[in-house]
Design a protein around this ligand. Structure first.
Ligand SMILES: [Zn+2]
Length: 320
């Protein structure tokens, strides 16, 4: 019943004029993106719509707790979404703000101090996946950067002072080159096959190299909202929980060296090769996650008050 209501409201979501979600090409995935176990039947369904009101179906994996969109847009379709600026148009239309990536985010400044502790004055070779100009400026200001490469499928951040390769982590060919630091900031949710990407990143690290990334704990974010749909969006294909991350570390040959958070929602992780030393495994509580997921499922089965507002706005706009 709730699924039908969600579908009905989604057809009238105001943002359908910015992006026609219904006609975009999609794929159904049969493997969990976090642990790649075969998904049996319908799996654990969570929500049938997202924060924008699009009819996005989200489910979670019982093995690793990965929360993910399924069916999801094809990778070509996601590519167009970013290349043609539709992604930012949706964010602007939804929030009324421009997503400019102009200021160096706090997370990069934090990363610089963590890397300084780890490497001291050692000149570093850095690979930034999907990074921005602001990331580069902050890293360069605080560290000895020997060389820096950014890979970005949109290529729009190409700028003076550093190389940008217009590719994704999946397609990137390092030609045997290894890095002291691989950064993945604000990008984890966009990876279609994050376990494969983690394995690739592990293979790109030098023996004492560090993989630095951030993750917004999806469970903490959803629990802070009245309805979990408010924290989900179709363009974020995956939402790894802390338990998912522990799985992905282990399965890709990585271990968590340290983690840090200000608010128990956004976490910074530094990971290294398992062979480089023992890692921290105490950043998750699997039983607590299970309880939270069941609670979220219960919340998701209730009507979303915001959908009525969306419907109202939609009719208003139609009559303009
Ligand atoms: Zn899984």
């Amino acid at each position: 019943m709730i699924a039908l209501l969600d579908k009905f409201f989604a057809r009238h979501a105001p943002l359908r004029r910015v992006f026609d979600y219904a006609s975009a090409s999609k794929e159904i995935i049969s493997l969990c993106p976090g642990c790649e176990s075969v998904l049996s039947g319908e799996g654990e369904a969570l929500c049938n719509s997202d924060r924008y009101g699009y009819p996005t179906r989200t489910q979670w994996c019982p093995h690793c707790h990965m929360i993910f969109v399924n069916p999801r847009l094809t990778s070509e379709c996601y590519g167009r979404l970013y290349d043609e600026g539709i992604y930012r148009a949706i964010i602007s239309a939804f929030s009324g703000k421009t997503d400019g990536h102009i200021l160096p985010q706090k997370r990069i400044i934090r990363l610089v101090s963590l890397l300084k502790e780890q490497f001291g004055e050692k000149p570093l070779s850095i690979l930034n996946i999907g990074g921005t100009r602001a990331d580069y400026d902050a890293l360069k200001a605080g560290l000895q950067v020997k060389d820096y490469l950014c890979i970005n499928p949109g290529g729009e951040e190409a700028g003076c002072g550093y190389k940008v390769e217009k590719t994704t982590i999946e397609d990137f060919n390092s030609q045997g080159r290894l890095f002291d630091v691989v950064c993945l900031f604000g990008t984890l949710n966009h990876l279609l096959w994050p376990l494969r990407s983690f394995k690739k990143i592990e293979s790109l690290l030098s023996s004492d190299g560090v993989f630095a990334f951030d993750d917004k704990d999806p469970i903490a974010k959803m629990l802070s909202m009245r309805h979990p749909a408010g924290a989900l969006q179709f363009d974020h294909a995956v939402y790894p929980t802390k338990y998912t991350l522990s799985h992905m570390f282990r399965d890709s040959g990585l271990s968590c060296l340290s983690y840090d958070t200000d608010n128990q929602r956004v976490f910074f992780f530094l990971a290294g090769k398992i062979t480089a030393g023992a890692g921290k495994q105490d950043f998750f509580d699997v039983e607590q996650e299970k309880i939270s997921l069941q609670l979220l499922k219960k919340r998701a089965s209730k009507i979303r008050p915001k959908l009525f507002l969306q419907l109202f706005l939609s009719f208003l706009r139609r009559s303009v």
